[in-house]
Design a protein around this ligand. Structure first.
Ligand code: ASP
Ligand code: MG
Length: 438
């Protein structure tokens, strides 16, 4: 077969010899060109060698003919370091200035990556979030993306360039720079992939995919080849570090095809897809422990209608994210009310609680940040019973006391003493047989 048998017009092959049709179809599929959005996390661009590694990776895909749009995070721990600098000046910096500061990290990485690509002969251009029209609401430090006018990206992609966009940042209607919350480059990637209708959104990190448990804790944790959007959203919300939770909400809503994989190898990672029937046969897909929350208990709150509403309205007005809530049985008209908040919001919570306790005439408030929330997640829970009993039994077998419980359709979480966090993950991983191939 020679090239004369067909004409290659852009992506399409015009068949001139019918007998060769099948052969061509195979080649056609193989050679199909995709629009791929690739997101590289901080660890993948932590230093110049790693940036060069990423550049040669991108070059490889580019040479296969794919159209590539790249989103990058700040180098290594840059964002933490910038926050630390601000902290040396004040513990209450203005949110606007904070965004001015922490958005700089990503601007450094996009420029360096563009240079690394130029150096190896690949046409590339870098942009900030505002430059490619990422418009957000007015909330600083955790802004929501309202729209992306991706014209500039499309124009450059059509010119054959690798387009590199700074993750984590956008601009509001007042032309102020905003950021999208920690881990927000994932959100940038998912949002751009949706806008461009990309064939694949690859999330590059330093682990090979999504595991049944943190491999640093459970030695025989297994990489999942596929997981549903719903499960991944729960895992992300429960503190599994792989994907920003908000980005998973967007990915789920728009069914963005996601592939979580390592930038240090070419092995397949974990595909995130819509739930299929076979997934329901698996009771539990993953176990995770979140040590980042604290428990707040208001003691002897008068047990009257409207009190809980008053308390939680006040807390919500201060933008504090409450997770689990438990109210005890009432004793002689008084009750105890417990809830959990992120440790990072504990100071703010304490200020608010001091006022609430007075206004609702409660006896007092106690805080406990020695807690961990262990959770099991799996779509199979929708259709199988006895999962909770098995989880509680496993914790009991290790004499681990359960303090609070909450459930959703596909998850069960227990609050326990922080010192048993790792042990509980291990025993749950074992009891639910997660190291075995599904
Ligand atoms: N650099 C930002 C952060 O560390 C955004 C990101 O990495 O996705 O949170
Ligand atoms: Mg990061």
């Amino acid at each position: 077969m020679t090239l004369l048998d067909c004409q290659v017009v852009g992506n399409k092959i015009l068949i001139q010899n019918n007998r060769l049709f099948l052969a061509f179809v195979v080649i056609f599929i193989d050679m199909e060109k995709h629009l791929i959005v690739q997101k590289y996390g901080g660890s993948s661009v932590a230093n110049i060698d790693r940036i060069k590694n990423v550049a040669s990776r991108i070059a490889k895909y580019k040479k296969q003919g794919h159209k590539i749009v790249v989103i990058v995070s700040a180098l290594g721990d840059t964002t933490d370091e910038l926050l630390e600098l601000a902290g040396q000046i004040t513990d209450k910096p203005s949110d606007r200035e904070l965004d001015m500061l922490i958005s700089t990290g990503e601007q450094v990485s996009v420029a360096l990556l563009a240079m690394a690509l130029h150096k190896i002969g690949i046409g590339a251009i870098s942009f900030t979030g505002p430059q490619v029209g990422i418009i957000t609401d007015r909330t600083h430090t955790k802004a929501k993306i309202l729209k992306i006018s991706a014209d500039r990206i499309k124009e450059q992609v059509e010119k054959g360039k690798v387009v590199i966009v700074a993750g984590f940042q956008g601009m509001n209607a007042d032309q102020e720079i905003t950021t999208l919350g920690r881990g927000g480059s994932d959100l940038t990637a998912v949002a751009i992939a949706t806008t461009l209708n990309a064939d694949m959104c690859e999330i590059y990190t330093d682990v090979e995919g999504v595991y049944t448990a943190d491999p640093r804790i459970v030695k025989d944790a297994r990489k999942l080849s596929v997981i549903s959007y719903e499960e991944m959203l729960e895992l992300a919300s429960l503190g599994a570090q792989v994907m920003q939770a908000r980005s998973m909400e967007v990915a789920k809503k728009y069914s963005v095809p996601l592939h979580i994989r390592s930038s240090f190898s070419y092995k397949e990672g974990t595909i995130i897809s819509k739930e299929v029937k076979a997934m329901e046969d698996v009771l539990v897909s993953g176990v995770t422990a979140n040590k980042g929350e604290a428990k707040v208990t208001i003691c002897d709150v008068p047990d009257r209608p409207g009190i809980a509403a008053k308390i939680f309205t006040d807390i919500a007005e201060h933008d504090i994210n409450v997770d689990m809530i438990i109210q005890n049985i009432s004793r002689r008209g008084y009750t105890d009310l417990s809830f959990t908040v992120p440790i990072s919001e504990l100071n703010k919570t304490k200020d608010v609680m001091a006022r609430i306790v007075k206004s609702v005439k409660a006896k007092g408030v106690v805080y406990n940040n020695e807690i961990a929330k262990v959770s099991i997640v799996g779509v199979g829970m929708k259709t199988h019973s006895g999962v909770a009993a098995k989880m509680f039994g496993a914790l009991a077998s290790k004499k681990i006391n359960i303090d609070m419980i909450s459930t959703s359709e596909i998850k069960i979480s227990c609050v326990i003493n922080k010192k048993y966090a790792d042990e509980s993950v291990k025993v749950l991983h074992k009891v639910f047989g997660l190291s075995k191939e599904r």
